[in-house]
Design a protein around this ligand. Structure first.
Ligand code: KIV
Ligand code: ZN
Length: 519
């Protein structure tokens, strides 16, 4: 392989999914994983199989169905974790186990309540155990950047002796500066020369806004794998953003000299899909994928770009797939046209799924003159969520006037197929419909966040609503898409409620399993 080729390890579905409020089901994770494969990532970290039965199921489904990238499962340096991860990734064409243990004294003393000697023993046993299942094993010394470099080097040497093939150096709490991080990697190379024979990897968190800068510094110090997530999602302030590091390496290739296998034209679409399915919005001024990343507000800039794009643009929007997709359908388009438009967008829909998408498409096309690629994308992603939905919005009425408080009536079908009615007089139409749904489902959910965005421009644009609510201490997100924003909001609320119920059920099942004595 080209020595300057950088491996892109995507952790959207593992570290990214650890962001508060995100609760992706297996269907949604699979859809994202397929899109990551289209994007051309080298490794998909699909989840943390021992963390829950849902995570295990998703990693296993991705390992079975997604071809091309390496599929990795995360495991603490403990035998049961490693066995669960091994089972989850077993059916992948290219399985990897990623095992980790902290090397910083803060973690060893306070979190692990253990000793350096124990950590060495656990790292040795974990890598050896992982190697007994797969030939591709990644080892991470967690919180490495706050650890003693000599001790970390000793642990890495052990991991290498036991057969680790990738060594990842996490800046777990986003504490390092680029210079320090590069210096830390440089010192590890000196202390552990065998590191030159494996892939060194970087995993940087963004607590100080340095995740991408630190990742680049790591690559310049010799690392050839970058761990990152779409839209930079992840624990706390998130991970290094995939689109930023990839476009940095691509745009400054002549200066930096590195390459990746990413098809950059899939970036915008992947970002939209992840934002939609996670319910995490992308800030308007976010580098690369923010709504304003290619917008020019000042007259001088607009004038310059009209004369010559490169006056104020260092990247062409088409290279990340933001423009140039002129696919448009209308109300006379048939099932065949829809199918091939979806195919062009990378969605393989047949049978019942195509029928449902066609029905939704017709409803939208009746209300909206042109249905664009972005509308179709929003619709299909929206439909994905239906499979596992436990409540369904059947119908609603909302009376709105500026002379009396709005009143909403709704019918919601429950998981047993029963139609439940509810009504409420609220402070505003959205408040009224949300509380009417609570009344219909007899649930005391509390709204935590609500957002509405337009999928495209124009007066007849589709509205996309995102809701985060809390039910019995469990927070969950849901999204909805419609030309009617009240309908989009109600759908989003019903889905968030369904997700919260599923989470509560999973917790109950786990608690029951813990109480049941093993046979
Ligand atoms: O941030 C971190 O240290 C991690 C490890 C599990 C690699 O996510
Ligand atoms: Zn992390």
């Amino acid at each position: 392989m080209d020595p300057d080729r950088v491996v892109i390890f995507d952790t959207t579905l593992r570290d990214g999914e650890q962001s508060p409020g995100i609760s992706l089901n297996t269907t949604e994770k699979l859809e994202i994983a397929h899109q990551l494969a289209r994007l051309g990532v080298d490794v998909i970290e699909a989840g943390f199989p021992i963390s829950s039965p849902g995570d295990f199921e998703a990693v296993q489904a991705i390992a079975r169905e997604v071809h091309g990238p390496v599929i990795a499962g995360l495991a603490r340096a403990q035998a049961p974790d490693i066995e669960r991860a091994a089972e989850a990734v077993r059916d992948s064409e290219r399985p990897r186990i990623h095992t980790f243990i902290s090397t910083s004294d803060i973690h060893i003393e306070h979190q692990l309540q253990s000793t350096r000697e124990d950590v060495k023993g656990q790292a040795r046993a974990a890598v050896a155990h992982a190697r007994s299942f797969v030939s591709d094993v990644e080892f991470s010394p967690m919180d490495a950047t706050r650890a003693d470099v000599e001790f970390t080097a000793e642990v890495l040497q052990i991991a290498l002796d036991e057969g680790a093939t990738t060594i990842n150096i996490p800046d777990t709490v986003g504490y390092a500066t680029p210079q320090e991080y590069a210096g830390f990697l440089g010192r590890l190379y000196e202390l552990v020369p065998a590191l030159h024979d494996v892939v060194l990897s970087v995993h940087c968190h963004d607590d100080l806004g340095l995740a991408v800068a630190n990742s680049l510094a790591g690559v310049q110090a010799g690392a050839r794998q970058v761990e990152c997530a779409i839209n930079g999602i992840g624990e706390r302030a998130g991970n290094a953003s995939l689109e930023e590091i990839v476009m940095l390496l691509a745009t400054r290739a002549a200066h930096l000299g590195y390459s990746t296998g990413i098809n950059t034209r899939e970036i915008a679409r992947t970002s939209r899909m992840v934002s939609r399915l996670t319910g995490y919005p992308v800030q308007p001024n976010k580098a690369i994928v923010g709504r304003n990343a290619f917008a020019h507000e000042s007259g001088i800039h607009q004038d310059g770009v009209l004369k010559e794009r490169t006056t104020f643009e260092i990247m062409d929007a088409t290279t990340i797939g933001l423009e140039g997709n002129d696919l448009v359908l209308g109300k006379h388009s048939g099932r065949h046209a829809l199918r091939s438009a979806l195919h062009e967008l990378g969605f393989q829909l047949d049978g019942q799924a195509l029928n449902t998408a066609f029905k939704r498409f017709k409803e939208i096309a009746d209300r909206k003159k042109h249905v664009t690629a972005m509308d179709l994308e929003a619709l299909v992603t929206d439909e994905l969520r239906d499979e596992l939905r436990s409540y369904t919005l059947e119908w609603f009425d909302v009376d709105v006037s500026n002379r009396r408080p709005p009143h909403a009536r709704v019918a919601v079908r429950n998981p047993d197929g029963l139609e439940m009615l509810g009504d409420f007089t609220g402070d505003g139409p959205v408040d009224a419909i949300f509380r009417a749904i609570n009344s219909a489902t007899r649930r005391e959910a509390r709204l935590r966040e609500f957002r509405i965005d337009a999928v495209t421009g124009g007066q007849d644009a589709l509205g996309e609503a995102s809701v985060v609510l809390e039910l019995a201490g469990q927070s969950a997100a849901g999204q909805g898409v419609s030309t009617d924003i009240i309908e989009a909001a109600a759908q989003a609320y019903v889905r968030a409620l369904s997700n919260a119920e599923r989470k509560l059920l999973a917790v109950e099942e786990e608690e029951e399993a813990e109480l049941t004595p093993a046979p």
